[in-house]
Ligand binder design. Structure first.
Ligand code: CMP
Length: 140
């Protein structure tokens, strides 16, 4: 059925002027933009969004990175868009992400303790519902 996914253009992508490129790939793939917003993440939003990573070695650097500037939150819509977006995003590690993917084409290792990999996409319908509520608290 029609799915929704929460996509973030992380601060590295926003700072590097890659928001348009990311949104363009989403639209070119055929997914619809259902909501779009430029925001500075609050500590509460990041704690909720990354709750599953709390305690991991990259958690603190991750929260610091995600607070380092504006990011773009989007809700995308379309059949299979959760898996579909993760496929066009490429794997987490930008060094080995496939060429042709967002991370494979546009991201690299900068030698930092946190991977700066341009985008986030929900990994399941449950995560999508949870994450959409975090970034679009007033509804769509
Ligand atoms: P994302 O999958 O959006 O959410 C968790 C983020 O943490 C991930 O993107 C990367 O930015 C970062 N991350 C995940 N695993 C590692 C790791 N092993 N080392 C550094 N950063 C990581």
């Amino acid at each position: 059925q029609v799915e929704r996914s929460l996509v973030l253009v992380k601060p590295d992508g926003y700072r590097r002027g890659l928001t348009g490129e990311v949104l363009s790939r989403i639209e070119a793939k055929g997914y619809r933009l259902a909501a779009l917003s430029v925001v500075e993440a609050t500590p509460e939003q990041l704690a909720a969004h990354y709750a599953e990573h709390e305690g991991k070695p990259f958690y603190e650097p991750l929260v610091e990175f995600m607070s380092s500037g504006p990011l773009v939150a989007a809700v995308i819509e379309g059949h299979g868009c959760i898996t579909g977006f993760r496929t066009i995003a490429g794997t987490t590690d930008p060094t080995t992400a496939a060429p042709g993917s967002i991370r494979g084409d546009l991201a690299r290792d900068w030698g930092l303790t946190v991977q700066q990999n341009i985008v986030h996409g929900s990994d399941s319908p449950e995560s999508a519902a949870r994450e959409i509520a975090i970034w679009f608290p007033n509804g769509l």
